[in-house]
Write a protein that binds this ligand. Structure first.
Ligand code: CAA
Length: 262
């Protein structure tokens, strides 16, 4: 399949590879229009359905992961159009529905919907050039793809309020200290680092990887007692899988685990 706004490839060797999606609207700093969001949903769903893919990396360019929703499009909205057609925000639930781990590899600007897209991924690895922010307030609007909800969960109320109310940008080091980013690396190492993390995930057991993602998302989205009970049931359920048998046998016999595929 060819895409207008994405470059989609697979990386790595063997029975499990990484799906790599590069946002590609360089003239607009990867601003997220409906075409891009639709294509991103299609590419993510295809990788999620492909048994040969174990993890997905989303990245942008050196200058921008994504500078937000396309303001040229937003400027043409009125309430009725935005509400009835769910413009700009219509495809975001697709990203949330992806079951395989998705890593955002962020260099340059991750603003507005770009920051929200990164936050919807399971891990954010940032180049030291990355700049995160929710500048919508400066446009007379507020974040519309989860920014007011995910940012406080990621960085706490104090910093979220600071960013959402002032619209200022936060650099990679601050974002890592605040908990938005899991690792910061030199810009020229960004993709290699993200692909290395993805390869590690690709080589792990499928059921335990999916269960781990689902459980952490429970913690992030729901209450503590529900989350702990959900985790307990998933933990127990994994004792019925070949991955568990192989992983523990390998440990006890001091050999590397080779997880079954299929
Ligand atoms: N939408 C559309 N076009 C955008 C864009 C956006 N979000 N961000 C940048 N561009 C375009 C610029 O218009 C410019 O196009 P032209 O060359 O045709 O003029 C091109 O990308 C390069 O941008 P700049 O010349 O502005 O580059 P810069 O280096 O001087 O500044 C920037 C970079 C600070 C990121 C600046 O472009 C900027 O502030 N962009 C807007 C960021 C923003 O407000 N994002 C939030 C959007 S609203 C949203 O996302 C809602 C939501 O929650 C879903």
């Amino acid at each position: 399949m060819t895409y207008e706004t994405l470059i989609v490839t697979t990386e790595g060797e063997g029975s499990r590879r990484t799906g790599l999606i590069r946002l590609n609207r360089p003239k607009a700093l990867n601003a997220l229009n409906d075409t891009l969001m639709d294509e991103l949903g299609t590419a993510l769903k295809a990788f999620d359905a492909d048994a040969g893919i174990g993890a997905i990396v989303i990245t942008g360019s050196e200058k921008a992961f994504a500078a937000g929703a396309d303001i040229g499009v937003l400027a043409q909205h009125d309430f009725v159009k935005a509400y009835t057609r769910d413009l700009v925000t219509r495809n975001w639930e697709t990203i949330r529905s992806i079951r395989k781990p998705v890593i955002a590899a962020v260099a340059g600007f991750a603003l507005g919907g770009g920051c929200e897209l990164a936050m919807m991924c399971d891990m954010v690895i940032a180049a030291d050039t990355a700049k995160f922010g929710q500048p919508e307030i400066k446009l007379g609007i507020i974040p519309g793809a989860g920014g007011t909800q995910r940012l406080p969960r990621a960085v706490g109320k104090a910093k979220a309020m600071d960013l959402v109310l002032t619209g200022r940008m936060m650099g990679a080091e601050e974002a890592e200290r605040a908990g938005l980013v899991s690792r910061v690396v030199a810009a020229d190492q960004l993709l290699a680092e993200a692909l290395e993390a993805a390869t590690i995930i690709c080589n792990l057991g499928t059921a335990s990887v999916l269960a781990a993602k689902e459980c952490v998302n429970r913690a992030y989205e729901g209450g503590l007692s529900d989350g702990v009970m959900f985790e307990r049931r998933m933990f127990q359920a994994l004792f019925g899988t070949p991955d568990q048998v192989e992983g523990m046998d390998a440990f006890l016999n001091k050999r590397p685990a080779v997880f079954p595929r299929g």
